[in-house]
Design a protein around this ligand. Structure first.
Ligand code: CTP
Ligand SMILES: C[C@](O)(CO)[C@H](O)COP(=O)(O)O
Length: 230
């Protein structure tokens, strides 16, 4: 059985919600770019065979330099991404040579190695798995005029994170079908779900935040300090 694992880290976004001149994935957290913190988590895991890094068109050169400087020896390719996250993932996926793949956001640097391992093992058992946390708030569905139309049962609601783990063949098929039908989703699981492939949820950690807005930077510094790395 081939359980080899490759990682695609997508880091080609513009960070419009962060609003900084420098793209958020390259902002320094303590002493290193956020993207390097994320890379270090995966690069040091023995289960990981190779990493493909997808960056902005103009950032390939400097990211390649960081990969050497920080000795991220599992990175096999640094390639430019696409205009949507989904297209960036697909470009990365085409470079992966393993049987299994995890897709991870470059701006989720606090993912735990134990949670990554749980997600991987669940995917090996069931075929596909994503990290997630139960939502803590009551979630309302609101219509275009600002009126609440539904309150889904919170017991069934999870906030979905990355990594998301799939067989490479399943994820490729799912992306290609999405492209054919013009479907663009906000995560990879959506594409796999619409192919009728069951995706299991694995409980992760609330600290696996996606750094998105300026207040996340303050929280990120706090998490780093609490981990004893600040
Ligand atoms: N065309 C894109 C868009 C996003 N991403 C990556 O997907 C992850 C999650 O995206 P998000 O947090 O939404 O990042 P941005 O698209 O950069 O942010 P925004 O939506 O605020 O512009 C990030 O690591 C981002 O770099 C990507 O690789 N290619
Ligand atoms: C994939 C993801 O991180 C899961 O939460 C998220 O959907 C990315 O979405 P965004 O709209 O690009 O922030």
């Amino acid at each position: 059985m081939d359980n080899s694992l490759g990682i695609v880290i997508v880091s080609a976004g513009k960070g419009s919600r962060m609003g900084t001149l420098e793209s958020k994935q390259y902002l320094l957290l303590q002493d290193k770019p956020i993207l390097i913190h994320t890379l270090e988590v995966f690069n040091s895991m023995p289960q990981v065979k190779e990493i493909v890094l997808v960056t902005g068109q103009d950032d390939v050169g400097r990211v390649q330099e960081w990969v050497h400087e920080y000795k991220m020896d599992k990175v096999i390719q640094v390639i430019p991404g696409g205009s949507e996250r989904q297209y960036s993932v697909y470009k990365g996926l085409l470079e992966i040579g393993t049987e299994w793949v995890m897709i991870h956001d470059g701006v989720r640097p606090f993912v735990d190695q134990a949670d990554i391992e749980d997600c991987y093992q669940m995917a090996l058992r069931t075929g596909a798995a994503v990290l997630a946390v139960p939502v803590k708030d009551t979630i309302k569905q609101v219509d275009g005029s600002g009126i609440i139309v539904d309150t889904p049962d919170r017991q069934s609601l999870w906030a979905i994170q990355t990594p998301q783990t799939f067989r490479v063949s399943d994820l490729l098929r799912s992306h290609e079908e999405a492209q054919r039908s013009g479907f663009v989703g906000t995560d990879d699981s959506m594409l796999v779900e619409r192919m009728g492939i069951p995706v299991a949820v694995v409980k992760g950690s609330y600290t696996n935040i996606k750094i998105t807005t300026p207040d996340d930077l303050e929280y990120a510094a706090f998490i780093k300090k609490r981990k004893g790395e600040g």
